[in-house]
Design a protein around this ligand. Structure first.
Ligand code: FMN
Length: 193
């Protein structure tokens, strides 16, 4: 069921680092993303997969994880993702951010369907990565996605008192509040009241 897949495709930030992802598997996720809509069908996004263990561990220490979890410094080496995907746009043209969103969620859904999981990460060291991977003059990094086999439990719950911050309970379960359908689905009456 599509809804079950969407519910399962949470942001995972702790993984089983002993279960590596191959470039071929990551390429399969991108193969799904390349079929999605894009503005003008321009298909400007490019994807760079990182699976080398030392590169992946280095990046894991550089990105900013879970801003709302003040006491957590991010995954340990044993909990680290086993791959990253960098979503790139041509520096000369840029790309519609809507295209980036469509591609990113498609990648998470494709990964989840195959027993993997990921997290979209906007808080990454842009300058360092641009230098490290020789993107200057060619590509702008639009988004980083961590990938791996999830090793944490994530539960959805309803937003209460407008509190949207995710949190981790004492058993280590990560909780993600979502707004109720009647809060987000407007009717004409909501606009005239
Ligand atoms: C555009 C975008 C940027 C994000 N950047 C980060 C980030 O830098 N670090 C992080 O840990 N999570 C990041 N996230 C994940 C969000 O925190 C996550 O989607 C949100 O908490 C809801 O959880 P869910 O994805 O399980 O529904 C980002 C998500 C999106 C869509």
């Amino acid at each position: 069921m599509l809804l079950d897949l969407i519910k399962a495709a949470r942001s995972y930030r702790r993984y089983d680092a002993s279960k590596p992802l191959t470039i071929e598997t990551v390429k399969g996720f991108v193969d799904a993303a390349r079929l999605t809509p894009s503005a003008g069908n321009l298909q400007r996004l490019r994807y760079l997969a990182l699976t080398d263990k030392s590169e992946v561990l280095a990046l894991t220490k550089e990105v900013k994880w879970a801003g709302y979890l003040a006491d957590w410094d991010g995954p340990t080496d044993e909990e680290a993702p086993t791959a990253y995907l960098l979503l790139l746009s041509p520096e000369s043209t840029g790309v519609s951010l809507i295209d980036v969103g469509i591609a990113a969620e498609t990648i998470l859904l494709a990964a989840t369907e195959q027993g993997y999981g990921g997290c979209m990460i906007l808080n990454f060291p842009r300058e360092e990565l641009t230098k490290r991977y020789h993107f200057a003059g060619k590509y702008k990094i639009e988004l980083v996605i961590s990938l791996g086999v999830p090793a944490e439990q994530v539960e959805l719950e309803s937003v209460k008192d407008d509190e949207i911050r995710y949190y981790r309970d004492r058993n280590g379960v990560h909780h993600v509040p979502k707004r109720k359908i009647d809060e987000v689905f407007l009717t004409p009456k909501d606009l005239t009241e």
